[in-house]
Design a protein around this ligand. Structure first.
Ligand code: NAP
Length: 252
């Protein structure tokens, strides 16, 4: 019997794969058999070594996702170098923290450009390629607990991640019948650069930990298995879902 989680012969494009959740997902997809292209603004040399150690091919694509300019090229370079594209992981993201009363336009625009505008146009570029080729595809967007909850002091982040939930469902509605699965993973509290400030704040850290039924912060590698599932044939009938991977946080 074939393994429904096997990604042998597939090609994945992962944004922001030089570190954190993106790196963990890139490595998990490679371990499941996929070749990986990493699109981002920092050279992903550590990720390259980890992916190549699995025996899979790796491509680095230079892309600062505050603008749409690098997006068509990221898809084209991946297809040209790795022979196709089957899986898109929209992981690159950023956060800005300030009281709503003081929040600036640049903290709004920068976060929205990377976390939602570029994500939509990456999905569009992927959809145009895959649907144009009559090829099946898998899109995995990285959502957040703030796709479900309000959060505090992060207005543009909450707006962007709530937007990711809606966009994931909209694209699933349009593309499920065209052979493209669009889903999202909503990580709980993961120990990465993104949450360094929260973990450094003793009170916030204790409050967060007390509410996580699993009793620990997530390690980025916790996102690997769910990503392989959503990238593989095992999830062929899963469309438009926002999958919490949160140690039980939302169940509280
Ligand atoms: P991270 O370690 O800070 O990684 C963020 C990634 O996004 C990095 O690769 C970063 O590249 C990239 N990125 C940011 N701005 C970019 C830009 N303008 N162009 C291209 N790449 C850019 O944080 P993480 O926790 O792994 O975050 C990954 C995703 O998970 C984000 O979407 C985040 O919102 C989401 N998430 C995280 C948590 C958590 O608890 N950590 C929870 C829920 C959701 P550089 O290294 O070059 O900055």
């Amino acid at each position: 019997m074939t393994n429904p989680f096997d990604l042998t012969g597939k090609v994945a494009l992962v944004t922001g794969a030089n570190t954190g959740i993106g790196q963990a997902i890139a490595v998990a997809l490679a371990r499941a058999g996929a070749d990986v292209a990493a699109a981002g603004r920092t050279p992903p040399e550590e990720t390259r070594a980890l992916v190549e150690a699995t025996g899979r091919r790796f491509l680095s694509v230079q892309a600062d996702l505050t603008s749409l300019e690098p997006i068509p090229g990221a898809v084209e370079q991946t297809v040209e170098a790795l022979g196709g594209l089957d899986i898109l992981v929209n992981n690159a993201g950023m956060i800005r923290r300030a009281d709503a009363l003081d929040f600036t336009e640049s903290d709004w625009d920068e976060v929205m450009n990377v976390n939602i505008k570029s994500v939509f146009f990456l999905c569009q570029a992927f959809g145009r390629y895959a649907i144009g080729q009559g090829r099946k595809g898998k899109i995995i967007n990285i959502a957040s607990m703030l796709s479900f909850q309000g959060g505090i002091r992060v207005p543009s982040y909450t707006a962007s991640k709530s937007g990711i939930a809606g966009l994931t469902k909209l694209l699933a509605n349009e593309w499920a019948g065209k052979g493209i699965n669009v889903n999202a993973i909503a990580p709980g509290y993961v120990a990465t650069n993104n949450t360094a400030a929260l973990r450094a704040d003793e009170k916030r850290n204790a409050d967060i930990l007390a509410r996580i039924p699993a009793g620990r912060w997530s390690d980025a590698s916790d996102m690997g298995g769910p990503a392989v599932f959503l990238a593989s044939a095992a999830s062929d009938y899963v469309h438009g879902t926002i999958l919490p991977v949160d140690g039980g946080w939302l169940a509280r």
